[in-house]
Design a protein around this ligand. Structure first.
Ligand SMILES: C[S@@+](CC[C@H](N)C(=O)[O-])C[C@H]1O[C@@H](n2cnc3c(N)ncnc32)[C@H](O)[C@@H]1O
Length: 357
């Protein structure tokens, strides 16, 4: 006897705005059993998925955040909008131990707007959720970790209009290092500080990857930056006090070339290998997508790095066979892998991995 099909419920997914069609195409590519899709706002998709689907079974690379089994609330007041969130959260807190938090989201945030409309109202709704919990489940308040990354339960809501929001309360699942699903960064977006000294804005991609993983090179870690010119990624590694071998045919910005913690090698980044294993391999080389699988096949089976952050770049649509081939190389070599399209990623994906032992 087969189990009855679970009814479809709304799940919300966020992505870098303008990549909504790419996310939708990926959902098709992954053969996820979704029944309908609608764009609720730029960077926000609603799809129908089985209520009992494991959250990690819906982890597309192009999604930055997920609100599984989301519920829509229409209500005229802040208090009335907050009540169902608080009550659903309370029910989950009864069932699950661990820390929790509430993320108050607004659509403008998904477009990277630092002062988005309705921010204040969303914060007041979050405060009202906490107020109701104070009245109904005071014992749970000390388990809240505001802006915490190590969460057992995450309540999220996104305010679409003054009197309309969607919310979900979800047990958080580990993915890789500190990366989780749902993400414990609000809307899956890292805070990437402006860096006027960085020689290229591409530094933002590596900052996002490290924030997603919630782990970074330690002081003195040996790191290799392939395709490093002009040095945005090398600078990020240096900010963690790493020792960087930067490989590119073209030199880095002069201040990075002069840095005693940088060894610059003017050679073919695909052919070069480190004399001994390193802590981090990072690569932002512009090359055909299939070359990423070849690169990982050279580095991972002999375990030349503990962790990696590698960009795979596309011309036109994502090259899913090349992505799958690169992921398969890593998995076969005993690495865990996570693939994401970060807010600052262009037509590319970030493959992150960690040695499994
Ligand atoms: C997008 S840029 C890297 C930007 C860099 N991550 C930063 O933040 O400044 C790509 C680099 O890959 C380099 N590249 C492409 N193919 C290469 C190869 N076979 N060997 C070495 N470098 C290569 C290019 O010279 C270019 O500097």
């Amino acid at each position: 006897m087969t189990a009855p099909a679970s009814p479809s419920t709304p799940w919300l997914l966020t992505c870098r705005h303008t990549f909504e069609p790419t996310l939708l195409a990926e959902l098709h590519h992954l053969r996820l059993p979704f029944t309908h899709a609608a764009e609720l706002a730029p960077g926000l998709l609603r799809v129908g998925l089985p209520a009992n689907l494991a959250v990690t079974a819906c982890n597309p690379a192009y999604a930055l955040q997920i609100l599984p089994n989301a519920r829509e609330v229409f209500a005229p007041s802040i208090r009335a909008l907050a009540e169902p969130i608080a009550d659903a959260l309370r029910a989950q807190l009864d069932a699950h131990p661990g820390a929790w938090d509430v993320h108050a989201l607004v659509p403008g945030q998904l477009k990277g707007n630092p002062k988005p409309p309705m921010r204040r109202r969303a914060d007041l709704i979050r405060d009202a959720v906490l107020e109701r919990l104070r009245a109904t489940a005071r014992w749970a308040l000390k388990r809240r970790i505001a802006d915490g990354r190590q969460l057992g339960i995450l309540a999220q809501f996104i305010l679409l209009d003054e009197g309309q929001l969607w919310f979900a309360v979800t047990p958080v699942q580990p993915l890789l290092d500190g990366a989780t699903w749902p993400a414990t960064l609000p809307a899956g977006l890292a805070n990437v500080p402006d860096d006027d000294v960085a020689p290229a804005s591409s530094y933002r991609k590596l900052v996002e990857a490290l924030a997603c993983l919630d782990v970074a090179p330690r002081a003195g870690d040996a790191c290799v930056d392939l395709g490093a010119c002009p040095g945005g990624w090398t600078r990020v590694l240096l900010q963690h006090d790493a020792l960087v071998t930067a490989v590119d045919r073209a030199p880095l910005a002069p201040h990075l070339m002069a840095n005693p913690r940088v060894t610059f090698l003017a050679t073919d980044a695909f052919a070069w290998r480190p004399p001994q294993p390193v802590a981090w391999l990072v690569s932002d080389i512009i090359a055909f997508p299939e070359r990423v699988g070849e690169l990982l096949a050279a580095w991972l089976p002999p375990r030349l790095c503990e962790r990696f952050v590698v960009q795979i770049k596309f011309k036109g649509d994502p090259d899913w066979p090349a992505v799958a081939a690169a992921q398969a190389v890593a998995l076969a070599a005993g690495y865990q892998v996570l693939t994401r399209h970060f807010f600052n990623d262009k037509n590319e994906l970030t493959l992150m991995g960690k040695r499994g032992d």
